[in-house]
Design a protein around this ligand. Structure first.
Ligand code: BGC
Length: 257
């Protein structure tokens, strides 16, 4: 397919649902071949693959739990073995667990940090090593959150992981620039995805949140996918080490009644 990402191969982690699925489909529409990664929802991954194929594009699915180093290595290896390389990595897989700070368990801490931060860290390492050895340029896009910067009470593990992701992108922009590899974060606000199911089902909480969003609605996964496609394209060739906030104005909203 022709398009801004024509001929590129992209790994999108957690692309069996939500923002990841939307990015995978959008990248395919722009001409990329997609590696659909999933942890435990093969049906979601197959749905993403089908959506991509219905647009005349190509995708493969790979089961890989990003919190496991061996899985990350296999994910990158599969892209190279089956598709001859990989140009774009989207670190999208993420989870959140709510708890008062004093109740956070080691188990929950490890679960969130291992997926959101350790996973992105080592998958990126494997991705970069391949590019470095092949002397190829590349693109890394992290799906972070407005909470890489903004407090989110009762979600301290999530905030710690996203704050880490913020500095991950800053630091790597400097180290990877000489290799021709860019890295940027997208910081979504409240997007209608499975991660927000509890919130979407709680009308009073949802309405309170909507009052804080100047654009008056939650974001759609497609809103985020459009930004990701720009960052993956040649049009963003000179952009690295940045965070792009996409939140309907949530983080800048302050007004006195
Ligand atoms: C979180 C959501 C939250 C939103 C806005 C996202 O990163 O995943 O749970 O509603 O930020 O606060």
């Amino acid at each position: 397919m022709s398009g801004r990402l024509s001929g590129k191969v992209a790994i999108v982690t957690g692309s069996s649902s939500g923002i990841g699925q939307s990015i995978a489909v959008r990248f395919a529409e722009e001409g990329a071949i997609i590696v659909v990664d999933y942890r435990n929802h093969p049906e979601g991954a197959n749905d993403t693959k089908k959506q991509i194929e219905s647009k005349g594009a190509k995708a493969i699915t790979v089961q890989a739990d990003v919190s496991k180093l061996a899985d990350n290595q296999r994910l990158v290896d599969q892209a190279w073995e089956q598709l001859g390389g990989c140009d774009i990595l989207v670190n999208n897989a993420g989870i959140e667990k709510g708890a008062d700070f004093w109740d956070v368990t080691e188990e929950d801490y490890d679960a969130v940090l291992n997926v959101n931060l350790k996973g992105a860290f080592f998958l990126t390492q494997f991705f970069v090593c391949r590019l470095r050895d092949a002397k190829r340029p590349g693109r890394i896009i992290n799906i972070s959150s407005v909470h890489e910067d903004m407090a989110f009470p009762h979600f301290s593990t999530y905030c710690v992981s996203k704050g880490g992701m913020r500095m991950f992108a800053r630091n790597l922009a400097v180290e990877l620039g000489p290799l021709g590899i860019t890295i940027n974060n997208i910081a979504p606000g409240a997007i209608m995805t499975p991660i927000n199911k509890t919130l979407l089902d709680d009308k009073p909480k949802l309405n309170a949140l909507l009052e804080n969003i100047p654009l008056g609605r939650m974001g759609k996964p497609e809103d985020v996918a459009g930004l990701a496609a720009f960052l993956a394209s040649d049009e963003a060739a000179y952009v690295t080490g940045s965070t792009y906030i996409i939140d309907g104005g949530l983080t800048v909203n302050y007004h006195e009644q």
